[in-house]
Design a binder for this molecule. Structure first.
Ligand SMILES: Cc1cc2nc3c(=O)[nH]c(=O)nc-3n(C[C@H](O)[C@H](O)[C@H](O)COP(=O)(O)OP(=O)(O)OC[C@H]3O[C@@H](n4cnc5c(N)ncnc54)[C@H](O)[C@@H]3O)c2cc1C
Ligand SMILES: *[C@@H]1O[C@H](CO)[C@@H](O)[C@H](O)[C@H]1NC(C)=O
Ligand SMILES: *[C@@H]1O[C@H](CO)[C@@H](O)[C@H](O)[C@H]1NC(C)=O
Ligand SMILES: *[C@@H]1O[C@H](CO)[C@@H](O)[C@H](O)[C@H]1NC(C)=O
Length: 437
């Protein structure tokens, strides 16, 4: 006991949401952290353009709370979304509350803004240095050596570290270097669907043009559109569809005809001119799912966030899961006294299976969102879930709630659901819940 904790010299690669967050946590533990980011400082110039807000929920919130940022993000810049607002083809609306028992909400937050405040929070720690415009070229996972190129001067720098954290996103170079090592498993899959961004203008009198407290969904079977409220009273939406469908929308006429058929109310709100202008600004983007095991190599390298487990966005858990990685890493460093030989394998042991699970759930939820939400059986199951949760609040927590409003391990969320499916199948065979309980 009382063994002296060594100050580690950590190199974090990637200054996105997860890289900036892990820098805060490691610095808070007293380590020296150098953060390397390929892009320029987004607080000065934001080259990323618009992007849809992120839905922040329990796992992400708990991580922000630990570094005293939750209040700022949620109360000052988050927009509470209490449920889904389903837009049917005929323009009628159907509300599905996420959690009518405990009234939990998810929060729409601006990605750029969140990244900016995390970078500023990281920089406040005495022993943090951020290097922008630094692109990782190569790393030696055995020794912790890294090689960067400066994006403006082409200058090469070689640095040493005790620990490399790869928070370099879905196309992670650190992950690609790990794959070359033996006994490293990794599946990468693009889905056949892509997405295009659309934006909704501010409504009359600086109000939202549709409810500002819902995540809007236009489910259409094989494809769907969603929209999240921004804090400037606009909405940003995504049209998710098979590439075949998206590629057919290659002229303004085709696009408008498609919207008239499928999303007449959306088209009215956006306006024809604006839709055409926004839609053709970028080409459809791809969606990637990554499942690997383990997440570490030796005692010198670890991948977290999208680098370790990029997922399709349909459970709104990518960032939340990445933030939870940081909570777990911090906890294990506490348990093992910052001994990396113990921390890193333990991290993989706990985390890999859980992230396999959430990647699978995210894939499943695409089907739920674009298809099932309109089906009677789904609505009925939701009703059963609500009644049972109300009767047995401690023992019956629906899948969506365990994933979004709790920190139940993702793997256990699935087994919990499997058990509930059996029980509710039984219930639908009897007529009455009272017969069983
Ligand atoms: C359409 C869409 C909607 C989403 N909605 C949600 C949501 O509602 N809720 C949610 O929780 N998640 C959501 N996600 C997922 C979320 O965006 C990601 O999980 C999250 O951004 C991952 O953060 P990260 O820091 O791991 O990776 P990134 O944000 O990708 O950051 C990686 C960083 O590493 C840098 N980098 C890369 N390579 C190098 C290199 N060689 N050298 C130096 N730097 C490098 C990049 O420039 C980047 O800044 C969504 C994703 C998409 C695509
Ligand atoms: C910063 O690093 C120095 C040198 O390693 C150390 O003495 C100091 O305590 C560190 N500061 C913090 C706040 O951890
Ligand atoms: C998101 O935040 C950035 C940086 O603070 C800002 O420039 C941008 O306008 C915001 N976007 C929206 C839609 O509010
Ligand atoms: C469902 O009902 C069957 C037959 O009544 C019973 O054997 C089984 O244990 C029940 N399953 C659950 C999970 O309650």
């Amino acid at each position: 006991m009382g063994s002296e904790v060594r100050t580690l010299n950590v190199a974090v690669v990637g200054g996105g949401l997860v890289g900036a967050l892990v820098t805060c946590f490691l610095a808070k533990r007293g380590h020296r952290v150098n953060l390397y980011e390929y892009r320029p400082d987004i607080r000065v110039e934001n080259s990323r353009g618009v992007s849809i807000d992120l839905a922040l929920s329990a796992r992400g919130r708990e991580a922000l709370r630990a570094i005293d940022l939750e209040d700022l993000v949620i109360n000052h810049h988050g927009i509470a979304m209490k449920g889904r607002m389903i837009h049917l083809k005929d323009g009628s609306l159907k509300e599905i509350i996420y959690d009518s028992v405990n009234k939990n909400c998810i929060y729409s937050v601006n990605r750029t803004y969140l990244n900016q405040i995390l970078l500023s929070a990281a920089e406040k720690y005495e022993n943090v240095t951020i290097f922008f415009n630094h692109k990782l070229l190569d790393a030696d996972l055995d020794t912790g050596a890294l090689k960067f190129i400066h994006m403006q001067t082409d200058e090469i720098s070689n640095v040493e570290s005790d620990l490399i954290i790869g928070a370099d996103g879905a196309y992670s170079l650190i992950r690609r270097l790990m794959i070359k090592k033996p006994r490293f498993n990794c599946n990468q899959a693009y889905i056949d669907h892509g997405y295009v961004e659309v934006s909704y203008p501010i409504g009359k009198d600086n109000k939202y043009i549709m409810s500002g407290n819902h995540l809007h969904i236009w489910p259409r079977g094989n494809f769907m559109m969603i929209a999240l409220p921004n804090d400037d009273y606009t909405f940003t939406g995504n049209l998710f569809a098979p590439f075949k469908t998206l590629e057919a929308l290659n002229t303004p006429e085709n696009l408008l005809e498609f919207f008239r058929q499928e999303f007449p109310d959306g088209l009215r709100l956006i306006g024809e001119e604006k839709l055409v202008k926004d839609f053709f600004q970028t080409s459809p983007k791809t969606l990637l799912s990554i499942q690997c095991k383990p997440y570490h190599f030796g005692s010198k390298a670890l991948i977290i966030g999208d680098a370790a487990h990029a997922m399709v966005p349909f459970y709104a858990q990518g960032m939340n899961a990445g933030f939870e990685d940081v909570l777990l890493l911090d906890k294990l460093m506490e348990i093992h006294n910052d001994n990396l030989e113990k921390v890193l394998p333990h991290f993989s042991e706990i985390r890999c299976d859980d992230c396999y699970a959430i990647c699978d759930l995210a894939m499943y939820n695409y089907v739920e969102m674009r298809e099932l939400v309109t089906k009677k059986a789904f609505i009925f199951r939701k009703y059963i879930d609500t009644v049972l949760q109300w009767l047995f609040p401690k023992n019956w927590i629906p899948l969506y709630s365990t994933v979004t409003f709790s920190r139940m391990r993702y793997r256990d969320c699935i087994s919990n659901k499997a058990w509930q499916d059996k029980v509710s199948l039984n219930l639908t065979n009897f007529d009455s819940i009272a017969l069983q309980y």
